[in-house]
Design a protein around this ligand. Structure first.
Ligand SMILES: Cc1cc2nc3c(=O)[nH]c(=O)nc-3n(C[C@H](O)[C@H](O)[C@H](O)COP(=O)(O)O)c2cc1C
Length: 257
């Protein structure tokens, strides 16, 4: 099978799945209810709700299903105090019942590709050869940048030359691309997390106002782990929303081309 077959051929699978019924009105309510909350009441969030929301976060779509995210639900009070300080004691962190640090990993792809191959063994259907080849052969080429990023440079040259005559995936060819790659999927999971809290009647605030070096050190994270955002959660105080939602005209962002 050619390398691109995984993209352009429909595998002959003995599997089908009916679409579950969904309710757009309820979904819209969940979306509208989510606001960035800067002040919470002292009301706790039941741990089982946090667990459920974290499980929903993990259902987010993610690149190559390599699940390049981690979520650190802060339980230790010393760590909590230190992270709140690293968030400059902003009330969205200080008054929150819970803090969850979302971490994007550029360094777990290899282990996770192997884990995918293992997971294939437990599938109730026969996994197409192209999918096995993808994790076995293509992933080590796509996500590996090599020592000092040299393999990435070679890939960039190769992609440029190949791209002169046919469409080709151009990234990732360096650590910056890997960071974008990991943050994209992690941010999607963060949105799932916040919408889940919203659906359960709780509030959140995504934060990037923190000292990332300090947060990494508090959590004992390695160099290639990146703080994507910190999500605080709790019950909003009546003064928790700082104003009506502001969005610029849709024409500025939506283009029918
Ligand atoms: C990645 C990201 C980082 C953010 N960082 C902060 C932050 O550090 N502190 C804060 O109060 N709000 C923060 N926000 C919230 C935004 O200010 C907020 O989403 C925006 O003003 C729109 O308001 P809304 O979320 O209520 O619709 C952040 C949002 C995102 C997506």
């Amino acid at each position: 099978m050619a390398k691109t077959d995984i993209f352009n051929s429909v595998p002959d699978l003995k599997y089908s799945e009916e679409r579950p019924k969904t309710n757009s009105d309820e979904f819209e309510k969940v979306i509208e209810a989510r606001r960035s909350i800067r002040l919470y009441t002292a009301e706790p969030v039941p741990p089982e709700i946090v667990e459920k929301c974290l499980d929903i976060a993990l259902k987010a779509p993610n690149s190559s299903n390599l699940q390049q995210w981690q979520f650190y639900w802060i339980q230790n009070q010393e760590k909590r105090k230190a992270i709140t300080e690293a968030c400059f004691n902003q009330p969205a962190a200080k008054t929150a019942a819970e803090l969850i640090v979302a971490v994007a990993r550029t360094d777990t792809w290899k282990k996770h590709a192997e884990q995918m191959l293992e997971a294939f063994k437990d599938q109730p259907i026969e996994v197409p050869k192209s999918a096995v080849e993808y994790y076995k052969k293509l992933c080590p080429i796509v996500y590996n940048q090599g020592p000092l990023g040299l393999f990435g440079v070679l890939k960039k040259i190769g992609f440029y030359i190949t791209g002169l005559t046919r469409p080709i995936v151009r990234e990732p060819t360096n650590q910056a691309d890997m960071r974008v790659w990991a943050h994209k999927s992690t941010a999607l999971a963060c949105e799932n997390l916040m919408l889940a809290f919203s659906a359960y009647g709780y509030d959140t605030c995504p934060m990037e106002g923190y000292d990332s070096k300090r947060v990494k050190s508090i959590l004992g994270l390695p160099k290639k782990a990146e703080i994507c955002m910190i999500v605080s959660a709790g019950k909003r105080d009546v003064k928790g929303v700082y104003g009506p939602r502001v969005r610029f005209p849709r024409e500025q962002f939506i283009f029918k081309v």
